[in-house]
Design a protein around this ligand. Structure first.
Ligand code: NI
Length: 167
């Protein structure tokens, strides 16, 4: 297991479009472990995507079960390999943060409900219906696989992005 350094904007590796996972080899297994370790070590994090730790494979982890906004409606720890959103419904604006954009948050509009298909950590294909905060977190993480940050999703960098208060 290893907690990995999280790349920070404007690192060019955050802009890459990731490639699909072929077979579950050691690289993929290790990547999943490192993503989980990195997410849980951060404490407040509800998801991490492979490019954030320097990999170009289509893998993300999401777990909103420990967060105030997501604890009542979630699927626990989700390891998502080659994820794909099949359906989107509704719209919801939420204030988003990202470990790769540590100094800012932003208001982003995303689907309120999604149907997402992926391969889990055991290599099993799954389809999950997510809504609310969990759906937003999944959409945020999947964006990373296509080189998109929440900064690319805000309507206006002037009015929808906010500097975090210093801790
Ligand atoms: Ni992020």
């Amino acid at each position: 297991m290893a907690v990995r350094e999280v790349l920070v904007y404007p690192d060019p590796r955050l802009k890459q479009v990731c490639r699909a996972v072929g077979e579950f080899d050691d690289e993929v297994t290790q990547l999943i472990t490192d993503l989980l370790d990195t997410m849980y070590a951060a404490g407040h994090s509800v998801g991490v995507a492979a490019p954030q730790i320097g990999s170009d494979l289509r893998v993300v982890v999401v777990d909103v079960s420990h967060s105030k906004l997501g604890r009542d409606d979630n699927h626990g720890c989700l390891v998502m390999v080659n994820p794909e959103i099949l359906e989107r419904e509704g719209a919801k604006v939420m204030r988003e943060g990202c470990m790769s954009v540590p100094d800012y948050t932003g208001n982003v509009t995303r689907a309120e409900k999604i149907l997402v298909q992926f391969i889990d950590a055991d290599g099993i294909e799954r389809v999950v219906r997510a809504r609310g905060f969990e759906a937003v977190a999944i959409q945020h993480e999947l964006d990373h696989l296509d080189g998109l940050l929440f900064l690319d999703r805000v309507s206006s960098l002037k009015t929808d992005v906010f500097r975090r208060k210093r801790r």
